[in-house]
Design a protein around this ligand. Structure first.
Ligand code: HEM
Length: 311
């Protein structure tokens, strides 16, 4: 398609480029260009994004509360996408590619952990000004958060109950509950690499909670005891461990921020509040990767101190 010049519109120079009306102006000595084909706001849907903050009170601090939740929801959306990418790579035994994606997820998590600092500027008084307006709305009802827990490997069917009236969320969560998780894919990689993973860990009813297995722990132990021989799987184990490590840190910062803002009051979602959040700190996605660490032993090496005088 040929380019053609159009009449200038004041300081704005116009032309057709690739069949699209294109604009150019000199701003602060720079040649700035844009076109009618795809603008920043059309690509990023900024109109929709920036009109999606709908406070239910007239209290100024509610905006921080809304935007904190919305940004976290966006990051969770990206993590869901990236976990699926990592799982697809694992299914093809592309450990390097999966590792790069797992690193990105861990970086998102670190960013989210740090962002609690912004919410920590919400004092108990600030929150109380609008808490009553929230009625029973609570992060407990975040279907994306639950999907992420399911996708990583923590399957808890009863948590879908709160989505009874949201057909789409209920269907999506039920589907993810019944599919293999990231950890299930990791164990399949171990099995294909020749490690003895029990058959009931490789094919099972995925909607049931994962139960830790001695054989899986032994497989991780073998990998971690001899990393040089199993470098790819060893790095995979470390990258997956990092995800749980950061997820728990996110949970901890949430719990601590909540305790700073509402003390030990019940949550808007009806739970015991901080006590409920503390219980979640014991949840584990990849139990054997943690248990195995206790079993690792150091080789008896080092100086011979047998001749040392007793003092
Ligand atoms: C001042 C701010 C906040 C307070 C006081 C607060 C309080 C609570 C409480 C008490 C719970 C337990 C359930 C309940 O009874 O409501 C909860 C759960 C939850 N909150 Fe928050 N929260 C805050 C900010 C956030 C933010 C910014 C997010 C980001 C998405 C978030 C996500 C969640 C999630 C996902 C759960 C469910 C956790 C689980 O089931 O393990 N919360 N929150």
């Amino acid at each position: 398609m040929s380019d053609s010049k159009l009449p200038d519109d004041g300081p704005i120079r116009r032309r057709i480029e690739d069949g699209v009306e294109t604009f150019e102006a000199t701003i602060d000595g720079e040649t700035i260009q844009w076109d009618a084909g795809l603008t920043y706001s059309r690509h990023l849907q900024t109109e929709q994004l920036l009109t999606s903050q709908a406070p239910v009170s007239d209290k100024p601090d509610e905006m921080l509360f809304i935007i904190m939740h919305q940004t976290m929801e966006l990051w969770i959306k990206l993590m869901l996408h990236e976990v699926r990418e990592a799982m697809a790579a694992l299914r093809e035994d592309k450990l390097g590619r999966a590792g790069k994606t797992l690193d990105r997820i861990a970086t998102i998590m670190r960013h989210m952990i740090h962002s609690w600092e912004v919410l920590a500027t919400l004092s108990p008084h600030d929150f109380m000004t609008f808490r009553g307006f929230l009625r029973k709305a609570s992060g407990f009802q975040s279907h994306q958060y639950r999907e992420l827990e399911f996708l990583l490997g923590l399957k808890r069917a009863d948590l879908i109950l709160v989505h009874e009236s949201n057909h789409e969320a209920k269907e999506r969560l039920t589907k993810v509950l019944g599919e293999a998780s990231l950890y299930d894919e990791v164990l399949a990689v171990l099995a294909r690499a020749g490690h003895e993973i029990p058959q009931n860990k490789l094919t099972r009813d995925w909607s049931q909670p994962y139960e830790a297995s001695e054989a899986v722990e032994q497989a991780w132990l073998a990998i971690y005891t001899n990393p040089e021989e199993h470098w790819g799987l060893y790095m995979l184990g470390e990258k997956v461990t990092a995800l749980e490590y950061y997820f728990q840190e996110w949970r901890f910062k949430h719990m601590k921020t909540v305790s700073r803002v509402i003390g030990h009051k019940h949550g808007t979602g009806g739970s015991s509040g901080v006590n409920y959040l503390v219980k979640a700190l014991d949840l584990s996605f990849f139990p054997e990767l943690w248990a195995m660490r206790t079993r690792m032993t150091a080789p008896k090496e080092g100086g011979d101190y047998s001749e040392c005088p007793h003092s």
